[in-house]
Write a protein of this length. Structure first.
Length: 114
């Protein structure tokens, strides 16, 4: 699944546009050390964190997109750094559990139909 399809399907807010990639995995966690140890490359990461370190973790793990849940808005420096790194920075009013379930179902449906 491409980012634009996910954005459209889930009505996500785009804070920063990243590089195009194929979304095959997702990861939901707010503890940065756990994300660094476990999140697969080329994933979309769901978190409530909104500080600059999320971009550093995403870059380190080659995470291509971050969704900040619960209607939390990132600060401008995070948006700028995401753009520099080519990482999608997205937002939703859904809580992490809800948006993760939606992503899971979209990826599952695509796998079963594609």
């Amino acid at each position: 699944m491409r980012p634009y399809l996910l954005i459209e399907s889930l009505n996500l807010k785009v804070y920063a546009k990243g590089r195009d990639f194929e979304i095959k995995n997702g990861y939901t966690c707010d503890l940065l050390s756990v994300v660094m140890a476990n999140c697969p490359e080329n994933s979309i990461w769901v978190t409530v964190q909104r500080h600059i370190n999320i971009v550093a973790v995403a870059s380190l793990r080659e995470i291509r997109a971050i969704i900040i849940s619960q209607g939390i808005s990132p600060e401008e420096n995070i948006i700028e750094k995401s753009e520099e790194e080519g990482i999608w920075l997205l937002g939703t009013n859904d809580d992490s559990f809800t948006v993760s379930g939606k992503i899971y179902n979209l990826l599952k449906d695509e796998k079963n139909n594609g």
